[in-house]
Write a protein that binds this ligand. Structure first.
Ligand SMILES: [Zn+2]
Length: 143
């Protein structure tokens, strides 16, 4: 097969593919869709605007960035060495908001799933995560 792309063109094309389809949130969405789930994106009327909403199961899924939302024990959740005070306050606010949002949703009868970006950084991991969600949904159905 004749390769008609210059290396620059190829790398440009690859980066476009990457930015479009390998974001953890997109990977999880694709994997859920493949399992037959139908969902809404960014439930605007819900606290915290969950990234993926499965109305049928009253399930809200957040895909949290490990750095901003402070994934405990994650290597991505570093603290910048300069302006440390500023960052710590910012992180505290993010974490406090996250738990408030989860409480509000659960209080309204929603099941909340928090997925971390590092758990979804490949299509295989996203597929495994989607299967876990499917398992939870089956348990709800059986209950
Ligand atoms: Zn993480």
């Amino acid at each position: 097969m004749v390769d008609t792309l210059t290396p620059a063109q190829r790398s440009e094309r690859m980066s476009r593919i990457r930015s479009g389809n390998t974001k953890p949130e997109v990977l999880l969405r694709l994997a859920l869709h493949r399992l037959g789930f139908r969902f809404r994106l960014h439930g605007r009327h819900l606290p915290g605007r969950p990234d993926i909403v499965l109305p049928k199961y009253k399930m809200a899924v957040f895909v949290h960035g490990c750095f901003w939302h402070r994934h405990a024990g994650c290597k991505v959740a570093t603290t910048p060495k300069s302006n440390t005070e500023f960052w710590l306050e910012k992180f505290d606010r993010n974490v406090a908001r996250d738990s408030r949002v989860i409480e509000e949703l659960e209080g309204a009868g929603w099941r909340v799933i928090v997925a971390w970006e590092c758990e979804l950084d490949s299509p295989a991991k996203a597929a495994a995560y989607a299967c876990e969600i499917a398992g939870r949904v089956r348990r709800i159905g059986a209950a």
